[in-house]
Write a protein of this length. Structure first.
Length: 374
């Protein structure tokens, strides 16, 4: 791009640049600007809107269903799981405090994990763990009985073939679009510049700073923060970050919809909720892990058909529905389920790998990233 003299003077040199305008990147930019109000800060985003999952997720304000906690404890250990849940819960509180419940349409309708006739063994294991996780998490959550068996609501919600259900009293839901719109406004009002459609292709350390080679030209900064999540490998290939695509669909409005809340199924690989008298459902990565380990947006017939099958056979039995829209988002995972928040080299920092918990941890992760920069 052929920049003018004025553009070169005002738009290409910064005290700090953040790559990625998702929830982590914008939160980091905001808290960094509060920390250093005199700094010139900008956020570079490769898409017109945040790439990845920040504006494409299901809007779950959650910190883990029982079956997910069981699996995560195997990976992280008991102390590690406790720290993760605390991070997720504090992150949700920080998000709500930063933007306000009304601006993100936060609703505490409860969360539920359902078990059908094919998951009787998993049901027994999860039911047996309810007391254990209530006691374990009592020190980081505000209730002593967060999880409980919920039998009567199975018929209330109109499910079919559901043999058991666990309720999470502290789980809520938000409007992802409203959340990100409010966060963008918050960051811009603080004095941070947002530059979209500007993909960073290479990072070059130079004396007294870093040069970024982008599709729109070259930028220079003293501090660089990577909040690129699933797309991190192109800029920091050494990090354990693996992309994971999540496919989603949403129905047309359904008259007299009975379902209300956020729902988890099959160890969290499927998830659904109510929104504007519609059902939003997503997941199914476990049907094709290799195929869904990608940074390419897209849909596949086998996963989309499975999502529709769950709607017909379990969620909306006997109720006609039509699909209004389908889309996908890209999350980031790794061998470790904790986020990577660290300094990579002088002047370069990163906060990546949300492990599908971006809403819960994103604001706190951005805060922690900004705190590292000096």
């Amino acid at each position: 791009m052929n920049f003018s003299y004025w553009e070169q003077q005002s738009f290409l040199h910064y005290d700090a640049l953040i790559i990625g305008s998702g929830i982590v990147g914008l939160s980091a930019a905001y808290y960094l600007k509060i920390k250093y109000p005199d700094w010139k800060i900008a956020v570079l985003e490769q898409g017109m809107l945040p790439s990845g999952a920040s504006t494409k997720n299901a809007g779950f304000a959650c910190f883990g269903s029982i079956s997910e906690l069981i699996e995560q404890e195997k990976t992280a250990g008991t102390d590690g799981l406790l720290q993760l849940v605390e991070r997720r819960w504090k992150g949700l509180l920080r998000l709500r405090e930063l933007l306000g419940d009304q601006n993100i349409d936060f609703q505490n309708n409860g969360g539920y994990e359902i078990f059908d006739t094919a998951s009787i063994t998993l049901k027994k294991e999860c039911f047996a763990k309810i007391r254990y996780y209530n006691q374990l998490l009592e020190s980081v959550l505000p209730l002593w009985d967060t999880f409980s068996v919920s039998r009567e609501k199975i018929s209330t919600f109109g499910f079919k073939n559901v043999q058991g259900m666990i309720e999470n009293k502290l789980e809520g839901q938000i409007d992802t679009g409203k959340m990100m719109f409010a966060l963008m406004q918050k960051v811009q009002s603080a004095g941070v510049l947002l530059l979209n459609s500007c993909k960073v292709e290479n990072i070059e350390p130079i004396p007294h700073g870093i040069r970024l080679h982008c599709t729109q030209g070259k930028f220079q900064t003293r501090h660089l923060l990577l909040a690129t999540n699933a797309f991190t490998k192109t800029l920091a290939p050494q990090l354990d970050v693996v992309p994971g695509r999540g496919q989603v669909l949403i129905t047309e409005p359904i008259p007299r919809l009975r379902l209300k809340g956020t729902f988890h199924y099959d160890k969290g690989y499927y998830y659904f909720r109510n929104i504007h008298n519609r059902i939003l459902i997503g997941g199914g990565r476990n049907l094709a892990f290799e195929e869904e380990t990608t940074t390419q947006f897209g849909l596949t017939d086998n996963i989309q058909q499975r999502l529709e099958q769950l709607l017909r056979e379990i969620i909306l039995p006997g109720i006609p529905f039509r699909i209004a829209q389908r889309w996908s988002g890209i999350m980031a995972f790794g061998k470790d389920i904790t986020p990577i928040i660290q300094q990579l080299q002088p002047g370069i920092y990163c906060a990546v790998r949300g492990s599908g918990m971006g809403i819960a941890m994103g604001t706190q992760t951005g805060f922690d990233l900004a705190k590292m920069v000096d």
